[in-house]
Design a protein around this ligand. Structure first.
Ligand SMILES: NC(=O)C1=CN([C@@H]2O[C@H](COP(=O)(O)OP(=O)(O)OC[C@H]3O[C@@H](n4cnc5c(N)ncnc54)[C@H](O)[C@@H]3O)[C@@H](O)[C@H]2O)C=CC1
Ligand SMILES: O=C(O)/C=C/C=C(\O)C(=O)O
Length: 498
C-alpha cells in the first residue's frame, strides 16, 4: 500500500506501510496460513494505508511454540541479568534513533497528535524501556527463619524468582506502542518469552518493535508478534495451553473473558481495564490550575486514555465559573489530523469507536442534558467534536459507562461529601483526581476515594516507578514500580536441611 495523504512521511514509515502482510515468528517475517488480511485505516480520512495478516489459531500456535521452545532451551532467560539489561538498553537507543518513524506510524494508524506520539508514545516509551532494563539486574529472593519444631534441622530457607514462561501480551489501540511495551518489557527483563497480539485496529508498530528487539540482541523466538482479530487470534492466544501468563489491557468485558480463559488454564494474569475517572473539585481549588488540568486530563489522545477524566464533581460555589471556563476552552480547541502539529484534537481511532462515542452523546441529548460542543469537525474521518455535558442524571449511561472519547460530564455538588459519594458510585475504580489547596482535606479524601491512582491538583501522570492498576472492575494486579517483575516471575521456596 502507498500512503497518498497530504503529509510527507519519514522514509522508514513510508516503506513500512508498503510491506506485504506477515507475522513475526521465530525471528522472521512469515506469511500467515491463509485467513487473509486486515486493513489498517487512517482515521483522519478513512482510507486504507496498510494491510496486515489476519492470524488463524494455527498461526498463533506456531508463535506460541516458537516462544515456548526459546523459553525451554534458555537462550534468553539463562543470559546473565546484566546481559538482558544491556540488550534492553540497546533497544531504547535504537528506538531513539527511529523515533520519528514510530511516532508518524502511531499518529497515522491511531489518529493521535504527532506531538503526543513524539512526546508520550515514543518519548516516554524510551524512558520506560530504560527503567525496565534496570529491573533485570534487581531480581532477588528472600530468606526466612523457620518456626516449627523441625526448623532447626534446616540450614536455611529461601526463595528465588524465576521467569514464569511464555507471556501472552494482548494490547489495545489507544497507545499501541507504549502499552505493548508495558507488557513486553517486564517479560523480557525477567527472562520470559513473548507472543504479542496488538489490536487489529493499530497493528503496525508491534511488528517494527519485534524486529528492532531482534536487532538489539533479543534472540530469535523470544519475541513473536501475531496480528489478527480478538475473536480468533486473541482468543487462541489466551486459551493456548503453553501460555503461562496473560497480560491484557482493554475493555472490562474482554478482560473478564480473558480472566475466565486464564483461570481455566491456571495461567497467571494481569488485567488493566476501563476507567470512569472522577475529578473532585473543592471550592478552594485554583481555577487557573483546574481548567488546563481538566482539559489535558480529559482530552489527551481524544479522551482515549483509560485514566482520563470523565466525571467532574464541583462544589457549588465554583460551578458556574468552572463551566464558563471549560466551555470557553472547549470552543477554542482546534481539530485536525494527527500529523498536523497545530491540531489539538484529532480523529478517534475507528469508525466503530466514533459511532460508539456519538451514541453516548445522543443518549445524553435524548435524556435532556445540556451539551456544550466545540468547533465543527471535518465530515471525512472519524472526528467527534469535544463536548461538556452539564448535570446529566447520575443513572445516565454517559455517567456510568466508559465513553473513551472527548466528552466530559460536569455536575454541581453541595459539598465534598456529596462529591465523594458520587465519585465512588461506579463499578470502575481506575483513577481519580482531587483539586484543593487544603492539605488536610486532601489527605483525608485520598483515603476514601475508591481508585488505584489518585492525583491531587493534576490528572493523568503515570510514571514507571509508580504502581498502576485498578480497584473494583478496573482490573487485577499492578504494573510498574520495583515489584513489576513479580507478575512475570514465580517465587520458588527452597529449604536446605542439615
Ligand atoms: N483500558 C484501556 O486502556 C482501554 C479500554 N478500551 C475500552 O474498550 C472499549 C472497546 O474497545 P475494543 O478495542 O473492542 O477493546 P477490547 O478489550 O475488545 O480489545 C483489546 C484487545 O483485546 C483483543 N481481544 C478482543 N477480544 C478478545 C478475546 N475474546 N480474547 C482475547 N483477546 C481479545 C483485541 O483484539 C485487542 O487486541 C473501548 O470503547 C474502551 O471503552 C479500549 C482500549 C484500551
Ligand atoms: O501516560 C500517559 O499519558 C497515558 C497513559 C495511558 C494509559 O495508561 C492507558 O490508556 O492505559
Amino acid at each position: 500500500m502507498t500512503y497518498t495523504g497530504p503529509f510527507t512521511l519519514d522514509p522508514t514509515a513510508a516503506a513500512f506501510l508498503g510491506r506485504a502482510p506477515a507475522l513475526f515468528i521465530d525471528g522472521r517475517s512469515v506469511a500467515a496460513d491463509g485467513r487473509g488480511c486486515l486493513p489498517v485505516y487512517d482515521p483522519s480520512s478513512g482510507t486504507i494505508i496498510a494491510e496486515v495478516a489476519d492470524a488463524s489459531a494455527p498461526d498463533v500456535d506456531r508463535a506460541v511454540c516458537s516462544a515456548h521452545a526459546a523459553f525451554v532451551d534458555g537462550r534468553w532467560r539463562n543470559l546473565r541479568p546484566a546481559d538482558r539489561e544491556r540488550v534492553l538498553l540497546r533497544l531504547a537507543d535504537l528506538l531513539e534513533v527511529r523515533a520519528e518513524a514510530f511516532a508518524q506510524l502511531e499518529s497515522l494508524e491511531q489518529g493521535k497528535s504527532i506531538n503526543i506520539a513524539r512526546m508520550i508514545e515514543v518519548g516516554a516509551s524510551i524512558d520506560w524501556i530504560r527503567y525496565a532494563a534496570g529491573l533485570a539486574t534487581k531480581i532477588s529472593g528472600r530468606t526466612f527463619d523457620l518456626s516449627l519444631p523441625g526448623g532447626p534441622t534446616h540450614w536455611t530457607a529461601y526463595t528465588r524468582r524465576e521467569p514464569v514462561g511464555v507471556v501472552a501480551a494482548i494490547a489495545p489501540w489507544n497507545f499501541p506502542l507504549m502499552i505493548a511495551l508495558w507488557k513486553v518489557l517486564p517479560a523480557l527483563a525477567s527472562g520470559c518469552s513473548i507472543v504479542l497480539k496488538p489490536s487489529e485496529v493499530t497493528p503496525l508498530t508491534a511488528l517494527l518493535l519485534a524486529e528492532m528487539a531482534l536487532e538489539a540482541g533479543v534472540p530469535a523466538g523470544v519475541f513473536n508478534v501475531v496480528t489478527g482479530s480478538g475473536a480468533v487470534a486473541g482468543r487462541a492466544l489466551a486459551e493456548h495451553p503453553l501460555v503461562a501468563k496473560i497480560s491484557f489491557t482493554g475493555s472490562t468485558a474482554t478482560g473478564k473473558a480473558i480472566g475466565h480463559a486464564a483461570i481455566d488454564g491456571m495461567k497467571r494474569f494481569t488485567l488493566e481495564l476501563g476507567g470512569k475517572n472522577p475529578a473532585l473539585i473543592l471550592r478552594d481549588a485554583k481555577l487557573e490550575k483546574v481548567v488546563p488540568g481538566l482539559m489535558a486530563g480529559g482530552f489527551l489522545n481524544g479522551g482515549q486514555v483509560c485514566a482520563a477524566v470523565s466525571r467532574i464533581y464541583v462544589e457549588a460555589p465554583l460551578y458556574d465559573d468552572l463551566v464558563a471556563a471549560l466551555s470557553g476552552a472547549i470552543a477554542a480547541v482546534t481539530v485536525g489530523p494527527g500529523l498536523d502539529p497545530e491540531a489539538q484534537l484529532n480523529p478517534l481511532v475507528s469508525a466503530t469507536h466514533s459511532a460508539k462515542v456519538k451514541s453516548y452523546l445522543d443518549d445524553a441529548d435524548a435524556a435532556g442534558a445540556k451539551i456544550v460542543r466545540g468547533a465543527a469537525v471535518p465530515e471525512e474521518g472519524y472526528y467527534v467534536s469535544p463536548a461538556l455535558i452539564l448535570n446529566a442524571p447520575a443513572e445516565a449511561k454517559l455517567v456510568r459507562e466508559e465513553v473513551f472519547g472527548p466528552v466530559l460530564n460536569i455536575s454541581r455538588v453541595a459539598d465534598a461529601e456529596e462529591g465523594l459519594r458520587l465519585a465512588n458510585d461506579n463499578d470502575l475504580g481506575l483513577a481519580a483526581s482531587l483539586w484543593t489547596q487544603d492539605i488536610d482535606q486532601a489527605m483525608a479524601l485520598t483515603r476514601r476515594i475508591e481508585a488505584g491512582t489518585i492525583w491531587v491538583n493534576s490528572h493523568v501522570f503515570i510514571d514507571p516507578n509508580m504502581p498502576f492498576g485498578g480497584f473494583k472492575q478496573s482490573g487485577l494486579g499492578r504494573d510498574f514500580g520495583m515489584d513489576w517483575l513479580d507478575g512475570y516471575t514465580e517465587e520458588k521456596s527452597i529449604c536446605i536441611a542439615h
